[in-house]
Design a binder for this molecule. Structure first.
Ligand code: CO
Ligand code: ZN
Length: 337
């Protein structure tokens, strides 16, 4: 499982440029699916036939946040624009991986006073990326405006905890791949690896319309509360189980689906947590409002430092999410909610 997560998180594929990760995911699913298609937006949809009539859809977005080169000055310094929720503070002291070269983030400031002010009110107007070029021409050759980049960060194995960029949402992709590998679904099982979630739930908004599932579950990361002065209105801890979402700022999970997942977890002694996310949302928000409405919800993995170059998860939560999904898709009455 760690190897799979490592492979997926180290594949650079920001929103709108998901070709590489799509290829990696398909490769990992070889031999475990009955078919696949790639729709016009670039979503990868895979399936495995069941014995009974009915459809379950598990969705994870395969894109990751990133940056876009926008302008190059005379000396070859590159200006950037975020793709999705990238904080400029996460870029300070870090670097960006463009397809051809790595770039290092610097900050403007002619005086120490100005520098201090810029750090305090950091935004994308005050930072630039240095690829070591000595002219505009040289930089433009390697990173022409319009080039997409991602955090440059490696995968680290700390034991139960693992750290990488783009756990959001490659960990969700890994879970779905594992469910396909390990389960014999009763109903047709669909996996969607959707594009452009980070720029507004774009890909998933057409997947459910196409597939028309009886039940759709988004698999994504969520916040944590277990670090010093962590969020005090919620409780989300690493290693205490995947989280069954009740609500976030974009959707309320279907009550029947929540109850079903809770019952299954309890019956099978799978640790789980109840999730109420204060800010942010998942693809469940667009999956549910398709056609005449679809029963939808989210299962999440508690994650520290979401949208930073070092998102931390607990591998036991991932294993338990796979266990819970395997039981769910092998259940006779999973879609009778
Ligand atoms: Co995200
Ligand atoms: Zn996500």
């Amino acid at each position: 499982m760690k190897e799979l997560i490592k492979k997926l998180t180290t594949t650079p594929s920001p929103s709108g440029r998901e070709e590489k990760i799509k290829h990696t995911i398909l490769e990992e699913l070889q031999g475990y699916i009955d078919g696949y298609k790639i729709d016009k937006l670039g979503n990868l949809i895979v399936w495995k036939k069941g014995k009974k009539e009915g459809k379950i859809l598990l969705d994870a977005h395969m894109d990751e946040i990133g940056v876009l080169a926008t302008y190059i000055d005379e000396k070859g310094f590159i200006r950037i624009e975020p793709i999705g929720g990238v904080s400029p503070y996460n870029l300070l002291g870090s670097s960006i991986l463009f397809p051809e070269i790595e770039g290092f983030v610097g900050i403007e400031g002619e005086t120490s006073e100005e520098m201090a002010k810029n750090i305090k009110n950091l935004d994308f107007d005050k930072i630039f990326v240095d690829i070591g070029a000595s002219s505009k021409e040289e930089a433009e050759r390697l990173v022409p405006p319009g080039t997409f980049g991602v955090y440059s960060s490696s995968f680290r194995d700390l034991g139960d905890r693992v750290v990488s960029k783009s756990m959001d949402d490659r960990v969700g992709c890994a879970i779905i791949i594992e469910v396909f590998r390990r389960s014999n679904p009763i109903y047709d099982l669909y996996g969607s690896f959707s594009v452009q979630e980070e720029v507004g739930l774009v890909g998933a908004s057409v997947v459910a319309f196409d597939i028309q599932p009886d039940v759709a579950i988004a698999v994504d990361v969520t916040a944590h509360s277990d670090t010093p002065k962590g969020l005090k209105r919620i409780s989300l801890e690493l290693g205490k189980g995947p989280t069954i979402k009740i609500k976030d700022s974009a959707s309320i999970s279907d009550r029947r689906l929540v109850e079903k997942l809770r019952c299954l977890a309890e019956k099978n002694q799978i640790p789980y947590q109840i999730e109420i996310l204060l800010r942010g949302g998942t693809n469940a928000a667009v999956l549910q409002r398709t056609r005449a409405g679809i029963i939808a919800g989210t299962l999440s993995i508690p994650t520290r430092y979401v949208h930073s170059p070092h998102e931390m998860i607990d591998i036991r939560d991932v294993e338990n999410a796979v266990r819970l999904f395997k039981i769910f898709v092998e259940l006779e009455d999973s879609i009778k909610l």
